[in-house]
Write a protein that binds this ligand. Sequence first.
Ligand code: G3P
Ligand code: CA
Length: 264
Amino acid sequence: ADAAASTSNLGKVTVVAHRGASAYAPENTIAAFKLARKQRADMFELDVQETKDHKLVVIHDTTLARTTNVEEVFPDRAPWRVADFTLAEIRKLDAGSWFGAEYAGEPVPTLGESLRAMRHSGIGLLLEVKSPELYPGIEKRIADELRRNPLWLLPDPRERRLVVQSFNWESMERFSDIMPGVPIGLLGTPTVEQLPALAAYADQINPRHTDLTSAYVKRVHALGMEVFTWTVNDPAAMRNVIGLGVNGVITDKPDVLRQVLTGG
Ligand code: G3P
Ligand code: CA
């Protein structure tokens, strides 16, 4: 990327805190989302899955083992799949201690709690539907939860209050039928041949940052879509993707990205 391109895009880049400010607080917890706001992220990202009793919970892995103390609390329930536990069981777990003692007792939040905790903060939400193939009907349940929280559904797209994304593009096509007003992001790197058909329902293409080229970003833009890229934690890599013309950068370190954007 040339220097002119890398500076001209600076003011327009959206700072997205990946699973919250997850370099500094336990990922996918309210503590991490609040820290994202404090570090001046424009949006926070979270991952939504479904419990055995069809409640929406915020967690990245399809099992509870890495980010909670489930192995201690339910030692005989291996492999500890999210889908095999009720919400009441998941609420007994500690999703903070693995990260640091100061976060002991931080729960796995529900989607509803996350929406309510952050609704007056001014921050936007990049909502990832994680592994929807495991949870038939999850798109409708997410739409119902969003309708119960209408502050996240402001009609002006410039507010950029909410984007829903997934690696599962069929799930996103279903979601766009259910909630046509909500911008949709497709995670992954579609071929340039695939892009025009995807533009029928997608508003963003969101590739891994090492997949990006300036030509690819231009192609996506020419079809009227934006590019948000992940997960970029190193300042040099941040400058590189900004120079490629991306619209948003998803990072575990929103403070570092904000510093890069404001001239650090
Ligand atoms: O938001 C992009 C990023 O979250 C996708 O990957 O594995 O962190 O959910 P992953
Ligand atoms: Ca994610």
